[in-house]
Design a protein around this ligand. Structure first.
Ligand code: SAM
Ligand code: SF4
Length: 460
């Protein structure tokens, strides 16, 4: 689930991931350092990688400098994400130079997307593994020698359903419900790097989520690039939501990212009738211009999208909406951009994730070109962010005086004794901690004041 406080941030977070069976340091347990770039799907994938390596006897290292194996799980969605990884590889080359026996591997979407260019820039890599090759990682690392071992086969059957990921702990867990994407939006590299859509059997998901509930997880976020396209046999995504809601101990259910075209009556009905499914929806629009939406091959018009928003708000009155918007897609004129700003005002998103268009090799839009200059993309992005800040502030201020049940996550990042959690609408609520209130509890809070990113509250 992407957090509202990330508004306008263009780079995905980088996360160092520590494996679960820590602290053995003998040679029989090689130490691995795994760094993750990108979206929640990548974080979930790193948890699967962690489980695969742990089963094979690896333990974690806290720092790349101390590791026997260094792995970067990468993102290829925009050029900027790739540049960050290339910069990091430059740093890692120094470790490889000082300790040639260290194995360095590149995993994930960038490995799949750009391996030739990467091997040219980072010839010292020992392992290059795409998103469907993680099962073979221990073998690949073991065999890596003078030449890099590369495995970027896409596998229509691979779901890792039998591997329980190493969850990081906390009250919320992200569970991959489906992998890949069949939509082929013109700008997007995901179908090429993650392969075709495939869903994980409900029985496997129920087992995994049941185990998480047993470990104290209260909130589950179902993941997929188009998660609401989920289908396994007769079960669609609405049915899956209801099944997950039947699991004792799980109090809240969310999902990301749904595609507007797959927002069926069954999903809306499950959201409206199942109290555990939270009233929050990330509904990427990408552009508010029909001309640009058609060029993006998104499969809906602005009118279709706005009609969906009306149906969602009628069925789920408390719903909060967030979105993704791309600034400066090829051919975007001032009038198209104005139309996007207009739709943002009309919908009144609670938060938004906004990006400069980044041309991606292999996509359908690659051949179209890149007509909007870098400077103009920057100007449009800044205007989008400024508008969204205003809208978010107004929407958050409208909650002042109201009460919300907040699932407590722990200490707030700032403020001595302050605690933080999420409202059902996925807004960050911050309040002074009191004796007896701990992570995993749900407390009722009243909103005292609001910024565009969070709500300052008191326990009601
Ligand atoms: N599947 C989701 C959907 O259809 O809305 C989105 C998943 S995608 C990994 C996350 C977001 O990255 C997209 O919604 C889009 O806004 C953005 N994105 C994808 N390709 C992009 C590109 N080439 N340039 C800029 N932003 C891009
Ligand atoms: Fe990319 Fe479109 Fe698939 Fe989303 S639906 S992952 S934007 S191709």
């Amino acid at each position: 689930m992407r957090e509202p406080r990330c508004i306008g941030v263009l780079a995905w977070p980088k996360i160092s991931f520590r494996l679960m069976n820590d602290r053995a340091t003998d040679a029989a347990h090689p130490r691995v350092y795994l760094e993750t770039y990108g979206c929640q799907m990548n974080i979930a994938d790193s948890q699967t990688v962690s489980a695969v390596l742990r089963r094979a006897g690896y333990v974690s290292a806290d720092r790349a400098e101390d590791a026997d194996v260094i792995l970067l799980n990468t993102c290829a969605i925009r050029e900027h994400a790739e540049e960050r990884v290339l910069g990091r590889l430059g740093e890692l080359s120094r470790i490889k130079h000082a300790r040639p026996e260290v194995k360095i591997g590149l995993l994930g979407c960038m490995a799949q997307h750009n391996r030739a260019a990467i091997m040219e820039k980072a010839a010292f890599l020992d392992v290059v593994a795409g998103p469907d090759s993680y099962r073979r990682l221990p073998e690949m690392i073991g065999r890596a020698g003078d030449d890099a071992l590369i495995d970027v086969r896409l596998d229509r059957a691979e779901t890792y359903a039998d591997i329980t990921p190493d969850y990081g702990g906390g009250v919320r867990a992200y569970v991959t419900a489906m992998r890949g994407c069949d939509k082929f939006c013109a700008f997007c590299v995901v179908p090429y790097v993650r392969g075709r859509e495939r869903s994980i059997a409900p029985a496997e998901l129920m087992r995994e989520i049941g185990e998480l509930a047993g470990r104290g997880v209260k909130e589950v976020v179902l993941l997929g690039q188009t998660v609401n396209a989920y289908r396994f046999g007769d079960a669609d995504f609405g049915a899956l939501l209801k099944m997950v809601a039947s699991i004792g101990g799980i109090e809240r259910i969310r999902f990301t990212s749904p595609h507007p075209g797959d927002m069926s009556d069954s999903v809306i009905e499950a959201m409206a009738t199942e109290p555990k499914v939270q009233p929050y929806l990330h509904l990427p629009i990408q552009s508010g211009s029909d001309r640009i939406l058609a060029a993006m091959e998104r499969g809906y018009t602005v009118a279709d999208y706005l009609d969906l928003v009306v149906r969602l708000r009628a069925a789920i009155p408390a719903i909060a909406l967030s979105t993704d918007i791309i600034a400066g897609f090829h051919g975007e004129e001032d009038s198209d951009f104005e139309a996007t700003m207009e739709v943002m005002r009309a919908v009144g998103y609670d938060s938004a994730f906004m990006f400069k268009y980044s041309v991606r090799e292999h996509t359908r839009a690659f051949r179209l070109g890149d007509s909007v200059s870098r400077e103009e993309k920057g100007r449009r992005l800044s205007a989008l962010i400024a508008l969204q800040e205003e809208i978010s502030l107004a929407r958050n201020r409208a909650t002042v005086g109201r009460e919300f049940p907040v699932l407590v996550e722990g200490q707030a990042r700032r403020g001595e004794g302050m605690m933080a959690g999420k409202t059902p609408q996925f807004k960050t609520a911050i309040f002074a901690g009191v004796e007896g209130v701990a992570a995993g509890d749900t407390v009722n809070v009243r909103v005292d004041s609001a910024s565009s990113h969070s709500l300052m509250c008191s326990i009601a």
